[in-house]
Design a protein around this ligand. Structure first.
Ligand code: SF4
Length: 369
């Protein structure tokens, strides 16, 4: 079955490390954007879906009526299974009990909180305004409304982070007893203000206080050990969950299952091709208002490419990839080389990353392209 993703690129402020197509836009644009997304959904091929994911951006900034409008369009167009996983991404301090009650009535059963750190100095340096108390209040509101799947995102590599402060964030995150935790490594690229400053060797946005690559790697390794010890099993390079609480929607990406994405910079895959929407908000709205397609690019995925993707996406997961005859024939030599370098290992009839391989995963994935 398909997964369905809806992009809500609106935020209250732009975090310095954020490299998503999101930002702070005038309110009037939000109404036009939602109308555009609903139009895109209503024009899509009707499919059966068992996961919905509202990401961003900050979907928790939408009112209950605005969210209901999106869900109406989704239910009109798609056959959504009764047990669908339905996730909303939320920023700490942006929702109350009445809004969460409305989400719950629409079938939302999972909330992913963009916490990033629970140490105030690190949060302030990146433009985030919440504190641990905000997140504790949010968890109480979510649990009170009956949301039983709560995820927390953390970032390793924020300015001012140290092994000690990382321990503080991990302990505080564990004290919240989430069902799911994601740990991302800070990305230094031109698409975020902090990333661009790091690449330029400057000091703005506290770039001079970003820990070294070696320290960031050790923070990641520590998170893996810590979360495992608290019952959150690693199931993907960046993701940890209590048994049975893995994200069904995100697994579709790594399992090469089909998914449809709607909104600015959203991506889709139907088994035969991948396509991406334009990443400029004004252009997206203009195209939809003209009745044009939102697609910026379409890439055919032939059988050879499918086999490559099965490996480099599948290897992200701790379960690894089944070593069948096709895989042995095409990648056998590379797999043996990476295993001899301690980056891959054989487990039963599967191949998976070693802990060191997870740290050097981009290097491993190159071998399958
Ligand atoms: S990190 Fe999240 S809240 Fe911050 S600007 Fe990016 S999408 Fe918005």
């Amino acid at each position: 079955m398909h997964g369905v993703y809806v992009s809500i690129p609106f935020c209250k402020f732009k975090c310095t490390y954020c490299n998503f197509a999101s930002g702070v836009f005038p309110r009037a644009q939000l109404e036009r954007y939602l109308a555009a997304v609903e139009a895109e959904i209503r024009a899509a091929e009707p499919v059966a879906a068992d996961s919905i994911y509202l990401g961003g951006g900050t979907p928790s900034l939408l009112s209950s009526e605005q969210i209901a409008g999106l869900f109406d369009a989704l239910h009109e167009r798609f056959e959504i299974s009764r047990d669908a996983e339905s996730t909303i991404e939320a920023a700490p301090g942006t929702f109350d009990a009445s809004l969460v009650g409305a989400w719950k009535n629409l079938g939302v059963n999972r909330v992913s909180l963009g916490v990033q750190s629970l140490v105030e100095r690190e949060l302030r340096a990146t433009g985030r305004m919440h504190a641990l108390a905000t997140v504790e209040r949010d968890l109480a509101v979510l649990r009170g409304a009956g949301i039983t799947d709560i995820g927390i995102d953390l970032i390793a590599g924020l300015p001012h982070q140290t092994p000690e402060s990382w321990e503080e964030s991990l302990e505080a995150a564990a004290s919240l007893a989430p069902e799911h935790v994601s740990v991302y490594i800070l990305e230094a690229d031109e698409d975020s203000r902090l990333g661009a400053e790091l690449l330029a060797g400057g000091a703005r946005y506290s770039a001079g206080d970003v820990p070294s690559d070696d320290v960031i790697a050790s923070l990641y390794v520590r998170a893996c050990e810590f979360l495992e010890s608290r019952g959150l099993r690693q199931y993907e390079i960046s993701n940890f969950a209590r048994p049975g609480r893995e994200s069904r929607h995100n697994r579709k990406y790594w399992d090469c299952a089909p998914y449809l994405g709607f909104g600015v910079d959203a991506h889709s895959y139907d088994g035969g091709s991948r396509w991406g929407n334009v990443d400029d908000l004004d252009e997206y709205i203009a195209r939809m208002e003209r009745g044009d397609s939102a697609r910026a690019s379409v890439e055919p995925v032939d059988q050879r490419r499918q086999e490559e993707e099965r490996w480099f996406l599948g290897l992200r997961q701790n379960a690894g990839v089944a070593l069948d005859t096709a895989g042995r024939g095409r990648f056998g030599q590379e797999i043996r080389r990476l295993a001899s370098e301690g980056l891959l290992e054989f487990h039963e009839d599967r191949v998976r990353l070693t802990p060191r391989g997870r740290l050097l995963s981009n290097e491993v994935f190159q071998a399958f392209i």
